[in-house]
Design a binder for this molecule. Structure first.
Ligand SMILES: [Zn+2]
Length: 104
């Protein structure tokens, strides 16, 4: 178990850390994280200095209950806690049908 540095505001995100194959759970996680973004606790940040293969979480949230097709084979979101700077990553490998959320 890695030692994850979080603060009061983003501490509950630790509970989301997982690897999962349930698409429904992915969308639930997206919505949950989107709520954190809307409340200004975390913010999306570029991956490898570009936003080319990323999109806003709320765009995925709208694909309810199920997207007609995934926007990409690999959907990656990197987000940072505005308070403590802790970085989390949500990755969905739609090709293999697996997704994970981790602290990086
Ligand atoms: Zn934090």
């Amino acid at each position: 178990m890695q030692n994850i540095q979080t603060c009061q505001l983003c501490d509950s995100l630790k509970l989301l850390i997982c690897e999962n194959t349930e698409e429904k759970e992915y969308l639930n996680t997206v919505r949950y994280l989107d709520g954190f973004i809307q409340r200004g606790i975390i913010e999306l940040q570029p991956i490898n200095d570009e936003l080319a293969d990323t999109c806003l979480l709320n765009e995925i949230s709208k694909m309810n209950p199920k997207p007609a097709h995934w926007i990409s084979d690999l959907i990656r979101h990197s987000m940072k806690c505005k308070e403590c700077g802790s970085v989390f990553e949500l990755v969905c490998d739609t090709y293999r049908g697996v997704w994970w959320f981790k602290n990086v």
